[in-house]
Design a protein around this ligand. Structure first.
Ligand SMILES: NC(=O)c1ccc[n+]([C@@H]2O[C@H](COP(=O)([O-])OP(=O)(O)OC[C@H]3O[C@@H](n4cnc5c(N)ncnc54)[C@H](O)[C@@H]3O)[C@@H](O)[C@H]2O)c1
Length: 379
């Protein structure tokens, strides 16, 4: 197994998260050569140099295209705002690099389809940043479903809420621009759909609704600007397996900080999970005497892989950045030709097609058939 050369584009919230993962993955898992942190790209040379120093990269550039062309780089982490993903990912794949691109894949379905075509043509690994599926608790939930512990799952409800857009006077920024996509759908909806994909598979039919809680926001250098994206989205869904469900998203939900509230209702029980309490899951099974039935709390422990790679003691808890380290290990597994727990462009396109259908449904008011949209090129 060779040591991979890493190129990182962007060093904001997720750029740091990727950098921490690349720094830690060999130490945590202990079974792979340490990746070489080769080149970091930022919007300016000055910022790139400062961040390369902080995050441990050997070289810095203000021109991401030179990073993509660099022979020392085997894998490109793309952590820039959404609108950059297609151009950067396609360039990296065409240069023969593996790609680890943050979600959403793209802001328009035709761009995501082009990214998929580039991945197929390159033969390289092209993975998406769906870190929440890497939580050991999510693997446990999958196992509980597979073991029929809650019977046939007939209803799935996922809410994702945060409050970073809750203040009506929060500044207009890239997530308020139409170039970033539809809004809560690209920000949160794709995460909800990544969990559904991991636990159950695809979505067959949807009926969406999107809302703007605030019509405009202040601009840093004065005045106000009309908000172009929808901070709230609600969708009725019907899964490929026939289960019904609801996805409710709000990035202007005061008090909610990192909530992904998942409720899975089955014929024999219920599973409840909340990302704000990411080290526990609630399990209700409709067995035993009725007077002592109730939800019980299962805490993560070394019995829930790969928790054991981080901490030998149960109940001590992983954190958000740890999920990226797990995702990084899965990516390396995939690059080495092994099976991996990862959403690649090949499956991620189903998520993009679902998001596209939800947005069109929200504008038309009609139910949409997602499966029928396969290969469809929308404007
Ligand atoms: N997987 C997750 O849980 C998760 C969480 C948050 C954000 N994200 C995704 O990560 C991406 C980035 O979001 P963020 O919150 O980190 O944004 P951010 O604004 O914090 O960081 C973006 C970075 O990209 C840099 N950048 C912009 N243009 C560039 C260019 N031309 N060349 C090089 N660098 C450039 C910026 O300077 C900044 O450092 C988005 O696509 C977002 O959807 C994913």
């Amino acid at each position: 197994m060779i040591s991979l050369g890493i190129g990182l584009i962007g060093t904001g919230y997720m750029g740091k998260c990727h950098a921490l993962a690349w720094n830690a993955v060999a130490a945590v898992f202990g079974d792979i050569p340490r990746p070489r942190l080769a080149v970091l790209a930022e919007a300016s040379q000055e910022l790139a140099e400062r961040k390369a120093q902080e995050l441990g990269f050997a070289r810095a550039t203000g021109d991401w295209r030179s990073l993509v062309a660099d022979p020392d780089v085997d894998v490109v982490s793309i952590t820039t705002p959404n609108a950059f993903h297609p151009e950067m990912a396609i360039a990296a794949l065409e240069a023969g690099k593996h790609v680890w691109c943050e979600k959403p894949m793209a802001t328009r379905l035709p761009d995501a389809e082009r990214m998929l075509a580039a991945a197929r043509a390159s033969g390289k690994v092209a993975a998406l940043g769906y870190n929440y599926i890497q939580n050991p608790i999510v693997r446990l939930i999958r196992r509980l479903i597979d073991e029929d512990r809650i019977g046939t799952v007939n209803h799935v409800r996922i809410e994702m809420d945060e409050d970073f857009m809750a203040d009506p006077d929060a500044f207009f920024y890239w997530k308020s621009e139409a170039s970033s996509g539809h809004g809560a759908l690209d920000d949160f909806g794709v995460h909800a759909l990544s969990l559904i994909w991991t636990l159950f598979g695809g979505v067959r039919r949807i009926c969406g609704h999107m809302a703007k809680p605030y019509a405009d926001r202040p601009v840093k250098d004065g005045g106000r600007r009309a908000v172009e994206t929808y901070d709230i989205a609600t969708t009725l869904i019907e899964l490929d397996n026939g289960a019904s469900g609801v996805i409710a998203l709000n990035r202007s939900a005061w008090g909610r900080k990192g909530r992904i509230f998942v409720q899975l209702f089955g014929s024999k029980g219920t599973i409840v999970y909340d990302q704000e309490r990411m080290n526990e899951v609630q399990l209700y099974t409709a067995d035993g005497a009725g007077d002592t039935q109730g939800f019980r709390t299962i805490l993560t422990s070394p019995q829930h892989p790969p928790y054991d790679k981080f901490i030998p003691a149960p109940g001590h808890g992983l954190g958000f950045n740890d999920l990226k380290i797990v995702e990084c290990r899965e990516l390396i597994r995939r690059i080495n030709g092994e099976a991996a727990h990862l959403i690649e462009f090949e499956d991620g396109i189903r998520i993009e097609r679902t998001v596209d259908a939800i947005a069109r449904s929200a504008h038309s008011g009609a139910w949409m058939d997602v499966a029928a949209d396969e290969g469809r090129q929308t404007a």
